[in-house]
Structure formats: C-alpha cells, structure tokens
Design a protein around this ligand. Structure first.
Ligand code: IMP
Length: 427
C-alpha cells in the first residue's frame, strides 16, 4: 500500500506536472492536497500539451483515479472549464475524478478581495485566483465547503454570513453585487459539481487497504509554504509534505516516501526575497530558453542560480528522500554554472534558509562556480549519455544535499526523462 508524496522543493514551477504525470503510470490514485487553480501544471504527452490547474495530472492516464482533497480550495466555475476542456480533447473525466466534500469553495467575493488587496499597498503578487481570501474564510470558520455548497439553503445562509463579514472592506453595494454574482450561476454549477463530490478520505483509505498505490501531489513549492516559506510572500496553504496528510485525509503514518522536484536552477513568480536572483541579461536568456512564463498567469518568472541553503531547508522540512532534477537541458550552453552554497549575513555564514525577513532580504549568496556544459541534452535517455560536466553537476548537488536525484529531466515531454538512481521511488 505505498503512498508517495511529490512536492515542489523551490518556489513552485519546478516541473511537478511532468514528474507527477510520469509517475502516475505506476499510480492507482493521484491526489491534490492543497492550493487551487493558482497552480498550473504543464504536461506534454503524446505530442500534445495540457495545462492543468485543479485536476490532478493522473487524469491523463485512463486507468488512474484522481482526487481533489479536502485541503484544496475549489472554484466550481474554473473546475467546470477545466473538465470541459479535457473532455473536448477526448479525456474521460467523469467517474475518474472525485472532489472532497470538505474542500472549501472559492466564491466571487474571494476573487474580488484578492484583486482589491493586490491594488493596495502591501502587494504579494498573487495569481488573483481568490486563494488567500478563501483560506482566510476557512480559518475564520465562515467558509463554504463543497458539502455546504451542495445544499442550497445552507449555501445561501453561509454566503450571506461571509459577505456580511467582508462588507466593511468591499462596500455594501459591491457586497450585494457579489452575492448576486454567486447566486447567478449557482444552480448550474451545483448541478455540474454534485456528481464528482465524495468523501475522498474514505475512498483513499479503502484504496490503501486494498493495496492500491496513491500519489499525493503538491501544488506550488516548499518556499511558498505558509509556515516554512518566505512569509508573507507565500501562498496560503502548506505545500510541504506535512500538508499532504492533512489535505488528503490520510494519516501521516501512511506516507512512505517523499520526492522533491527541483529545477537545475531556480525561479519564482510574484514578489518576495530571492537571494540567488540573476542579472536580467542572463535571466532573460534562461527565461527564453526554458520558457519561464507562468502557466496560470503568463507572468515572466524571475530566474536565479541553484540555492543549496534553500534546498537544504526544503529537504529537511519535507523529509525529501529523493529528488527529481528538472530542466538540466536549459542550463546547457550558459557557461560556468554558479551554485549558492551558503549565505553571508552580518558577518555570519548561514547554511540554512533564515527565518528573519531582514536576513532573507539582505543575505548575500556565497557561490561556488562549476564548469558549464554544452550540447543538446534533450535527446539523452540515460545518465551515461549526458555530457560529463552535466553528470558532475548532478552528482555534486546530490552529495551536497545528501539526497540522490532519482530522475533527471531533460525536456518537457514524457520521453525526455532520465532515470538515475536505483530502487523504487515508492519507498
Ligand atoms: P496566491 O497563491 O495566488 O495567493 O499567490 C501567492 C504567491 O504564490 C505569489 O507569489 C504567487 O506568484 C505564488 N504562486 C501561487 N501559485 C503558484 C504556482 O503554481 N507556481 C508558482 N508560484 C505560485
């Protein structure tokens, strides 16, 4: 009954979509446990490209079942668009996708609050999908869960309560308009959502007891974690592996192994500290080569060197046992490669990512320069085919992090995957 958790080990956009999709071949269930349609997982499969936001990447393998866990925040209209898009491309979704009755629902006022706050002074650079405000309502115990959404009377009552709580910020007229908006397509959205809704925790427990393999899929990344990331420039949930139990309804003891997905360099979107951010001239080259634009918002990603203090923290907090190192091909031809081994701050050498906001902003990376490599890596299918300097880079990172790279990815498509270390990834 193996359970594998796959998390993003950096600031999101590490290529989890591709890796989860690759591993879904061996999974019976794929489960999203946090976040919402702020995520954008790109999967290139059979010559086609799919951008998934809420639906787990396992949907693209016909035998895999998929669950949106209780820790996820669900925008019913966004889910409907995504399901329709998949169905139009011949993917069977009904009967293979289950949405937790305990997941919280993103409503029009969450989107409006997100937009409103992002125009204010303390901007985070969110995806504007209403994620933070929805989790806020959840924590304030005035949220609407999927189970509540399915009951018209309960829904109307809770919607009125939530809007009353936000009226001071939104204004009375705007709150009334948002209420009308939430009710306008409520009936059709409820009808759409209902067949997918289930007690997903119970389904997963039953799957495990009959020996099925479950893959728990995070969105975003360790450094966007509400507790362990670059607070307050984070998302409002827990992408670290500790969030997987809470957000799927499985006990933490059920999780056998954690795979961390990390790019061979680093990117982040949105504002916030990014100690190894590169100069724009080099960042621009990598951005173009690696197509570093947000899958959800299209925003250009900030680009930096690999950051070992950041990764050490991610490995420690999430108990990452193996890595998937992605986009190694993008680094080809960049010249010497820099890797941050520690930070210098106030005459101190820091080997771990600091908690202090000031330290996160002011710490200066200490770099080690490694020989670069060149050539077309995307045709390599096994480790020995990679250029010697690329192999050395991977081995050096593994040794520094005390963590083997089980997978090295050299391109967006399924086939462009190099399996490196021995043994099962499933623990
Ligand atoms: P929110 O999740 O929309 O509230 O955004 C909070 C922060 O998380 C912002 O910096 C976003 O850019 C970032 N973020 C949210 N989702 C993703 C993602 O899927 N990839 C990368 N960054 C993300």
């Amino acid at each position: 009954m193996p359970v594998l958790t796959v998390i993003g080990a950096q600031w999101g956009d590490e290529g989890k979509g591709k890796i989860v999709h690759y591993l879904s071949q061996g999974a019976d269930w794929v489960v999203r446990y946090q976040g919402g349609d702020n995520a954008g997982h790109t999967v290139v499969f059979g010559g086609e490209s799919f951008a998934l936001h809420l639906v787990p990447s396992g949907i693209l393998f016909s035998r895999t079942r998929n669950a949106i866990g209780n820790g996820v925040v669900v925008n019913p209209a966004a889910l409907q668009r995504e399901v329709r898009g998949l169905e139009e491309r011949g993917i069977r979704v009904r009967g293979r996708l289950y949405v937790s009755l305990q997941a919280h629902v993103i409503l029009p006022h969450h989107l409006a609050l997100d937009r409103h706050r992002e125009q204010g002074r303390d901007v985070i650079g969110t995806t504007l999908k209403g994620i933070g405000p929805c989790y806020e309502d959840k924590v304030a115990r005035r949220g609407v869960r999927v189970a509540d959404y399915l009951e018209p009377e309960t829904f109307r009552e809770l919607l009125a309560g939530a809007l009353a709580a936000h009226e001071a910020e939104l204004g009375r007229k705007e709150a009334a308009r948002l209420k009308r908006e939430a009710l306008a397509d409520y009936r059709s959205l409820r009808r759409f959502l209902e067949p997918f809704c289930e007690d997903t925790g119970r389904l997963l427990a039953a799957a495990l007891s009959s020996g099925r393999r479950v893959l728990l899929e995070s969105a975003q990344g360790a450094m966007l974690d509400l507790d362990h990331g670059t607070y307050p420039y984070v998302t409002s949930s827990n992408p670290v592996s500790g969030g997987a139990g809470v957000g799927s309804g499985l006990p933490p003891t059920a999780i056998d192994a954690v795979l961390g997905v990390a790019k061979a360099y680093t990117t982040r979107v949105g504002l916030g500290p990014f100690p190894t951010e590169m100069s724009e001239s080099l960042a621009g080259r990598l951005r173009d080569k690696g197509r570093e634009y947000g899958a959800t918002t299209g925003r250009p990603r900030r680009v930096g060197w690999l950051d070992l203090p950041q990764l050490r923290s991610a490995v420690r907090v999430s108990g990452i046992g193996r890595l998937a190192l992605t986009k190694l091909d993008t680094l080809s031809g960049t010249g010497p490669i820099r890797v941050c081994t520690a930070y210098r701050w106030k005459n101190r050498l820091l080997r771990d990512f600091p908690a202090s906001r000031r330290a996160q902003r002011e710490a200066r990376p200490v770099y080690r320069e490694l020989p670069g490599f060149s050539g077309e890596l995307s045709a390599c299918r096994n480790f020995a085919e990679l250029p010697a300097a690329a192999r050395r880079y991977v081995r050096w990172v593994e040794a520094e992090l005390h963590c083997p790279a089980a997978i090295v990815s050299v391109g967006a498509s399924h086939e462009q995957t190099v399996l490196h270390s021995e043994g099962s990834l499933w623990g």
